[in-house]
Design a protein around this ligand. Structure first.
Ligand SMILES: Nc1ncnc2c1ncn2[C@@H]1O[C@H](COP(=O)(O)OP(=O)(O)OP(=O)(O)O)[C@@H](O)[C@H]1O
Ligand SMILES: [Mg+2]
Length: 243
């Protein structure tokens, strides 16, 4: 996975959520974004996924400008998304939540959608829950359905925005384990997380995002174990205090 951002800026009125952000990532398998709340992690993930148009600056992900002519819907179709809040359709079963986008977004015939969904549901041990509505599933199960949906079309990049922050510790462990398995299987992933232990275990590169900029970027071991920047040191000493 290659990401190149140059002076990438996203404004919401007077606020620069991304403030002339520069980032050069080459050959990352799993990239983790960490940093203080409000720093711009979600905004950057949305820009990378083509869900948000930058105000100015340049962005290329695997050679594609997500907001340019090769971006847009075709770029969004190539990737998979999972966000902190469970975004399942509440009126559809777990199974239909997986098959519907395969048909409507990815244009697969119902039979093909079923076989892709079966594979993905099976892989995440959700067969027993496939017929249930989201409200009948635990938070961890809902996030597993969300992951099953995000990977069913075999995305080029899986984009995860704090996938476990709404979960209790046991369900967090369950979902992190699945993400770890996907990473081991070669899935390219970019995620934001507050789980430093997980970031250390699964990511090969880490960027600390603060005030709309990349404060520090390097290998997971480098950033977490011997951070160069004072802002990283301060952030880590805060979040590791109770770890
Ligand atoms: N749609 C929006 N409209 C207005 N302001 C926004 C919008 N989205 C984000 N912001 C602002 O942009 C800044 C960056 O937000 P962002 O959600 O990217 O931070 P974050 O690093 O993901 O934080 P957290 O760790 O809390 O999820 C924040 O100040 C936020 O309030
Ligand atoms: Mg966020």
């Amino acid at each position: 996975m290659d990401i190149s951002a140059a002076a990438l800026t996203k404004r919401y009125g007077p606020l620069a959520a991304l403030d002339a952000l520069d980032l050069e990532v080459q050959g990352a398998r799993v990239m983790a974004l960490i940093g203080p709340s409000g720093g711009g992690k979600s905004t950057l993930l949305r820009a990378i996924g083509g869900l948000e148009l930058p105000t100015s600056g340049a962005l290329a992900v695997n050679g594609v400008d997500p907001s340019g002519k090769d971006g847009g819907l075709s770029w969004r179709r190539r990737n998979g998304f999972l966000f902190q809040q469970f975004n399942l359709f509440p009126h559809l079963t777990a199974y239909r939540n997986v098959t519907l986008p395969l048909e409507k977004v990815h244009g697969h015939a119902p039979e093909k959608a079923k076989s892709l969904a079966d594979e993905s549901i099976e892989r995440f041990g959700l067969a027993a829950h496939a017929h249930k509505l989201p409200a009948q599933l635990s938070g961890g199960q809902q996030q597993r359905v969300g992951l099953a949906r995000a990977i069913a079309h075999r995305p080029e990049i899986l984009i995860l925005d704090e996938p476990t922050s709404a979960l209790d510790p046991e369900m967090t462990a369950e979902v992190l384990e699945l993400i770890g398995e996907l990473a081991t299987g070669g899935q390219r992933i970019i995620l934001s997380t507050h789980e430093m232990g997980f970031a250390r275990a699964v990511a090969d590169q880490i960027a600390l995002i603060a005030a709309g900029k990349v404060a520090e970027h390097g290998t997971a071991a480098g950033v977490l174990e011997s951070p160069r920047e004072e802002i990283t040191q301060r952030f880590l000493s805060k979040v590791m205090r109770f770890a």
